[in-house]
Design a protein around this ligand. Structure first.
Ligand SMILES: *[C@@H]1O[C@H](CO)[C@@H](O)[C@H](O)[C@H]1NC(C)=O
Ligand SMILES: *[C@@H]1O[C@H](CO)[C@@H](O)[C@H](O)[C@H]1NC(C)=O
Ligand SMILES: *[C@@H]1O[C@H](CO)[C@@H](O)[C@H](O)[C@H]1NC(C)=O
Ligand SMILES: *[C@@H]1O[C@H](CO)[C@@H](O)[C@H](O)[C@H]1NC(C)=O
Ligand SMILES: *[C@@H]1O[C@H](CO)[C@@H](O)[C@H](O)[C@H]1NC(C)=O
Ligand SMILES: *[C@@H]1O[C@H](CO)[C@@H](O)[C@H](O)[C@H]1NC(C)=O
Ligand SMILES: *[C@@H]1O[C@H](CO)[C@@H](O)[C@H](O)[C@H]1NC(C)=O
Ligand SMILES: *[C@@H]1O[C@H](CO)[C@@H](O)[C@H](O)[C@H]1NC(C)=O
Ligand SMILES: *[C@@H]1O[C@H](CO)[C@@H](O)[C@H](O)[C@H]1NC(C)=O
Length: 391
């Protein structure tokens, strides 16, 4: 039996980090989702369904970067979250505290949700133009194929890119898109791979500074996990570099390998998120014959702590750390993995980014535990009541 007692949800689309302190009791008073919600449950509703919520009276804290669409996403996430379950029983106390960090500035250094902006060398590691080269290898053929059926209109490679994008955007907004049927399966596989190359070499493992800029918050999360739920106040995991994958990574610039797990559609899907879960598991004793003395409490069942990563709900193993239940990583091993293997892969932020001569440059993300004076704080109130919404 495992229950999550800290869970951090990072929405890659919007870089929202939420820290959640669920109660150990299972939620009993689930409400239907707000009527304005789309038929597909929102990530916040999914988070509530998976993790349960705090008892009424607790607040949640959400750290967000300051770009307006990101703050909006955090706000809607909070509203969805606060509209669920036993949060509704305490309409005066339940709040989300939004801590809004300066966005894409260079004076926060590693203490940021947008640290790449403060790493001057990061851009030099971005070779996502290889995706443009790959697109040129298939888009003209698609245009030629479609042009056979057209009279008075000639499509070129640029049009093909936009038409394939429209399939994704329209499907997300409307639930379907007739553009999708225009293209053949092979053409979608090429489109998929172009995006994989774009993210892999732009901001993923193919950018040598990705691990450097992502590491400070991975380290901060691992420290939060090690401290535990009551001690906290308000790419970088190396998931795509395993020994079995030597022939898969780095991604080929010309030929998609179907064995690759790095697929941008899994990771940066619309409303996509990464969840880092801290699991407290009680082990069932092999010998269930337990003797109790009257008026005594039995010894507590031992609890062990584990860490699991999920991408959009799907569990994703941490390389070399799978000895826990369901291939989870024991918390102590996770801490060790972050402090040794990942620290070595990332290097020091200040050194790697060439900031040695900036006297106040920092390599540490401390915003989880120390409120950054540059941040703004706002409170998102509980604004839904059961079955209705005021938006
Ligand atoms: C709401 O939460 C506050 C703070 O924890 C608590 O004092 C109060 O009793 C709660 N009210 C209800 C109706 O549960
Ligand atoms: C929750 O946040 C509200 C608004 O900031 C505050 O008044 C209340 O004391 C907080 N409750 C708890 C339990 O921290
Ligand atoms: C931040 O950006 C400004 C404007 O480009 C530049 O003048 C300054 O040197 C940069 N600071 C750091 C620490 O990189
Ligand atoms: C570092 O110093 C600069 C210049 O004084 C300031 O603008 C910036 O906010 C400081 N950054 C940090 C993280 O202290
Ligand atoms: C396709 O045509 C448009 C409109 O004429 C033009 O702007 C674009 O550069 C063309 N793309 C290519 C790849 O030739
Ligand atoms: C956290 O604090 C609460 C309230 O004081 C307590 O009931 C709970 O056992 C604590 N949890 C841990 C993991 O220490
Ligand atoms: C990938 O793993 C190998 C073997 O563990 C290691 O030597 C290499 O530095 C890793 N690469 C990155 C980018 O982490
Ligand atoms: C369980 O423990 C009891 C008491 O020590 C013992 O008598 C019994 O044989 C054990 N059962 C098993 C299946 O090991
Ligand atoms: C730091 O300053 C020293 C002395 O001015 C200079 O030699 C060195 O190149 C500078 N390093 C960086 C990374 O800018």
């Amino acid at each position: 039996m495992c229950a999550t007692n800290i869970n951090l949800v990072f929405s890659l689309e919007a870089l929202v980090a939420g820290q959640i302190y669920p109660s150990t009791t299972s939620p009993t008073s689930r409400s239907s989702s707000p009527q304005s919600a789309p038929s597909k449950p929102s990530p916040s509703v999914l988070s509530w369904n998976r993790y349960g919520f705090t008892k009424g009276g607790d607040n949640i804290t959400i750290w967000t970067a300051g770009q307006q669409r990101v703050v909006d996403t955090a706000t809607y996430f909070a509203r969805g979250y606060l509209s669920q379950g036993n949060y509704l029983s305490n309409t005066t106390e339940n709040r989300a505290n939004l801590i809004i960090q300066p966005d894409s500035v260079n004076y926060t250094f590693a203490n940021s949700l947008t640290p790449s902006a403060a790493c001057p060398l990061y851009e030099s590691g971005d070779t996502s133009s290889v995706a443009t080269t790959f697109r040129a290898s298939y888009q003209p053929q698609i245009a030629n194929r479609l042009n056979q059926y057209l009279d008075g209109l000639t499509l070129n490679a640029t049009d093909i890119g936009v038409m394939q994008d429209l399939c994704g955007f329209e499907t997300s907004l409307n639930g379907n898109s007739q553009w999708c049927d225009v293209f053949e399966d092979e053409e979608w596989l090429d489109y998929e791979y172009a995006d994989d190359l774009n993210y892999y070499y732009g901001s993923g493992p193919g950018n040598p500074f990705s691990a450097t800029v992502g590491f400070p918050w991975v380290k901060a999360v691992s420290e939060l996990f090690a401290l535990g739920p009551n001690e906290t106040t308000p790419g970088a995991l190396g998931l795509w570099n395993t020994s079995v994958s030597e022939s898969v990574y780095p991604l080929s610039l010309t030929a998609p390998d179907p064995r690759r797990k790095f697929r941008s559609s899994y990771i940066v899907a619309f409303r996509g998120y990464v969840a880092l879960e801290r699991l407290a598991c009680t082990t069932t004793p092999a010998n269930t014959t337990v003797f109790h003395l009257a008026n005594t409490t039995p010894d507590p069942v031992p609890t062990e702590l584990f860490v699991r990563v999920r991408f959009n709900r799907a569990p994703f193993v941490i390389p070399g750390c799978t000895s826990g239940p369901g291939s989870t990583c024991p918390l102590a091993d996770f801490t060790q993995y972050v402090q040794t293997t990942r620290a070595a892969a990332a290097g020091d932020f200040v050194q790697m980014c060439g900031l040695q001569n900036i006297s106040n440059a920092t390599s540490d993300a401390t915003f989880f535990t120390v409120v950054d004076p540059e941040s703004l704080q706002t409170v998102v109130p509980l604004n839904y009541v059961v079955g209705t919404t005021n938006t």
